[in-house]
Structures are given as C-alpha cells and as structure tokens.
Write a protein that binds this ligand. Structure first.
Ligand code: SAH
Ligand code: SF4
Length: 394
C-alpha cells in the first residue's frame, strides 16, 4: 500500500479524536486516493498525516459535499500549493455516466462507470415536494427474486463506499445545476444492501453528515429482501428507515418470490422486524409487489393484515413493473384498489407506489445495468407462468 507523502512524512497515526472513531485505527488509503471513500473523521486524520491542520478536512469536505465542487481547482479558499498537492494524488471526484435516459414522467436513469468493466444504475425520481435518488449497493444481485430484473443478473461485485456515495453526489450536483432539489435517498437500486453492509454503513454515515450532503435519517430508507442474520447489526449501526420486501405472508409462496425466505422464513423475519430499533412514531415499511393470480387476492390482504399485527407498520403496494421475459403480469388496478381497501380498513397506512420511469427501465425491479436498450422496455411481455413450480429455484 503506497502512502501519501508528496511533501510530508506520514507517521503512524492515532485517531485525532478517539471519541469519534473508537474501534478502527486510521490506515492511510492507497493512491489514487478516493476522497468519497472516507468519513469526515478519516479525512481529518488523512490531513493530519499530511502535516495539515484539521480544518483543512472540513474545507475539503464542504467543497465536495455542500458546495458540490467537481474538481479540486474549484476549491478556491485552499492555497494553490495545497490544491496542486491534492490534485496529484486523488481520483476524480465524480463518476462518469455511460448512459442517461429520461422518462416521459421525469424520472431519470444513469448508468455509471465503476471503472473495471462494472457499471451501476442510479435513478432520480422527482415529484411535487421531493426529489429522490434511488441508489444501488451492488452491481447485480446474488439473490434471484423471479419478478425482479436485477435478479436475473449475476452478482458482479459489491460497490465500494465511494461508489455508493458518489451516486448521491452525482445526482445532487446534476440536479443543483438545474435548480432541482434532492431531498431523499432510497437504497432500493440494484443489489441487496445487507450483503454489502460495511460499505453501506460507511456510505450512509457520509451521506447523512450534516455538514455535507445532510440527508436526514427520516429521508433515508434502506430496503432489504430480509437478510435476517444481518438485521441486528444493521439496526445497531444504521439510523435509517427500514423497508422490507415481503410480497407474501405464506411461506410456500414467499419461498418462490423471495428465495432467501427458504433460509430465513417468515417467522424469523417477523422476529427480526420486531427487534429493529424504533424511535418514537417510526414504522417499518413493508413492500408488497402485486402479481396477478399469485399474491393479490383479498384473502392475501386479510392474511397480510393479521401477520402485521403488533408491528408498527406501513404498507407500500407496488405495481409490478414488467420487463421482457418476466414470468408475471401486473394485478389490474381495480384489484389493487380493493386490496388496498382491506389493508387500510385495518388501520394501516397503505400507499400504492405506481411505476415511475418504466418506459426507460428505471422503475423498481427493472434495473439491469446495461447501456442503450431503446426498445427493450416496450417489448411484449411474456404470459405469466401458470404454476409457481415453473419458477427458477436457487
Ligand atoms: N434488494 C433489496 C432492494 C432492491 S429492490 C430488496 O429486495 O428489498 C427494491 C424494491 O423493488 C423491492 O421491494 C423489490 O421487491 C421491488 N421490485 C423488484 N422488482 C420489481 C418489479 N419488477 N416491479 C415492482 N417492484 C419490484
Ligand atoms: Fe436482489 Fe432485491 Fe431484486 Fe431480490 S428484489 S433480486 S434481493 S435486488
């Protein structure tokens, strides 16, 4: 591992403030240095290692995350020699977009280059009072939920902290240039965030830092398919809203729709949800994609209501976003409304989340990590399978 020593020696480091990072001693990262891989505390330690004053870190941090500087050159209150020194050793501050598509409803999707033949997708969803970035945590996914297009891809690799942070940074800067606000972040793009928990935890810390991107804990939601053995650790380290992809409260059906259910069944998921640390009026968001003839009867709705009893919950009913070759069809609108009525009548907040960006493959479950696919999302859908038995097994 090379050490950053353009001018100053780098002595072994102690954390400058032990209270901020009690567990992990700082290790100087290799060159080129990816600034967005570092928490604010680590950036401070990096500056100290260079023989700089700690306030340098706050200056750089503010330029990157609050003033959205795209290059070191723009950081004009840093001395010229320091800028030159920094520019010499750091990687570019922003990722490069390989493709960009805009939906008729205003949703935008970028394919961002991760530099090693891997790319990841990021989506911006504008609506009246907020602008939401949907962030990926992995390139591909190791799980294979059969209704999700990402699930048809192999897992290429986990994204790094920087690759997660820079998705938000990229969209925030792009939108700021147009005078559009980014208010919310959802970890609901490609991949299973709890299978990349370390990088996700660090990225969340950076994204939430109130002197930088400052996305508050109520504006940040992490969605998991139900990786029960990671939920305790996630609850301890992440102060975010939790969404769980439920899709059925019957084990045999959920075994098919969310195959991780074969490892962590509904009873285990329920226990983990009850153990999730809740503050005040917090609720867990349960995501439920409605698939025609699979999980969308009124009896399914009633069973959902009784399964949720005792858990502070809200329910997001997701309209199924079809993709070429998907083995399902969406539940008709009238049935979605009837299903919603049953759940709402039981006193649960229930939102129907309509498909956004479907025409450019940017809707939930359509992310495939490929560039240029103009006709793909208009291709006729395959009929749904008659029997769940025909679905792929893991
Ligand atoms: N892996 C995580 C987060 C990414 S998926 C998870 O599974 O929760 C984000 C959400 O999109 C999940 O609730 C998922 O079930 C849903 N989803 C996936 N494919 C979909 C599709 N084709 N239509 C509608 N929602 C879909
Ligand atoms: Fe992976 Fe989530 Fe898609 Fe399942 S729904 S395949 S866990 S991204």
């Amino acid at each position: 591992m090379s050490v950053l020593t353009p001018t100053a020696p780098a002595p072994p480091l102690e954390p400058h403030d032990a209270s901020e990072s009690p567990a992990s001693p700082f290790v100087m990262p290799p060159v080129p240095l990816r600034l967005s891989d570092m928490t604010r505390d680590e950036l401070t330690q990096c500056m100290l290692a260079w023989g700089e004053k700690p306030y340098r870190a706050q200056q750089v941090w503010s330029w990157m995350y609050a003033k959205l500087a795209g290059t070191v050159e723009e950081m004009t209150d840093l001395s010229k020699p320091f800028r030159a020194r920094l520019a010499e050793v750091i990687a570019p501050l922003r990722p490069t977009a390989i493709s960009h598509r805009v939906s008729a409803d205003g949703t935008e999707k970028w394919l961002l280059d991760c530099g090693d033949g891997v790319a990841t997708e990021t989506v911006f969803i504008p609506d009246e009072e907020r602008g939401t970035v949907c962030v990926s945590s992995q390139a591909g996914c190791s799980l294979s939920c059969p209704f999700c297009r990402t699930g048809t891809l192999p897992l290429r690799r986990n994204l790094t902290t920087a690759e997660i942070v820079e998705q938000v940074l990229f969209v925030r800067a792009t939108m700021a240039a147009r005078g559009v606000r980014v208010t919310n972040v959802v970890l609901m793009g490609m991949g299973e965030p709890l299978y990349n928990l370390e990088a996700v935890t660090r990225a969340v810390r950076i994204i939430m830092d109130n002197t930088g991107l400052a996305i508050g804990c109520r504006k940040l939601t992490l969605s998991t398919s139900g990786v029960v053995n990671k939920m305790e650790e996630a609850g301890r380290n992440l102060n975010v809203n939790l969404a769980i992809s439920l899709h059925s409260v019957r084990d045999p059906v959920r075994d098919q729709l969310v195959p991780i259910n074969r490892k962590f069944n509904l009873a285990a998921l329920r226990r983990a949800a009850l153990a999730w640390p809740m503050r005040g009026r917090d609720r867990i968001t349960w995501e439920y994609v409605l698939l025609a003839g699979v999980n969308d009867t009124l009896q399914d709705a009633r069973e959902l209501v009784s399964w949720l009893k005792g858990i502070p919950s809200k329910v997001n009913l997701l309209a199924f976003n079809p993709w070429p070759g998907a083995p399902y069809t969406p539940t008709p609108r009238e049935q979605i409304l009837r299903f919603q009525e049953v759940v709402a009548n039981a006193g649960l907040v229930t939102i129907i989340r309509d498909s956004r960006g479907a025409d450019v493959g940017a809707a939930c479950g359509q992310l495939a990590g490929t560039a240029g696919e103009p006709e793909l999302f208009h291709a006729p859908m395959q009929g749904r399978l008659d029997s769940l038995e025909k679905l792929p097994r893991i």
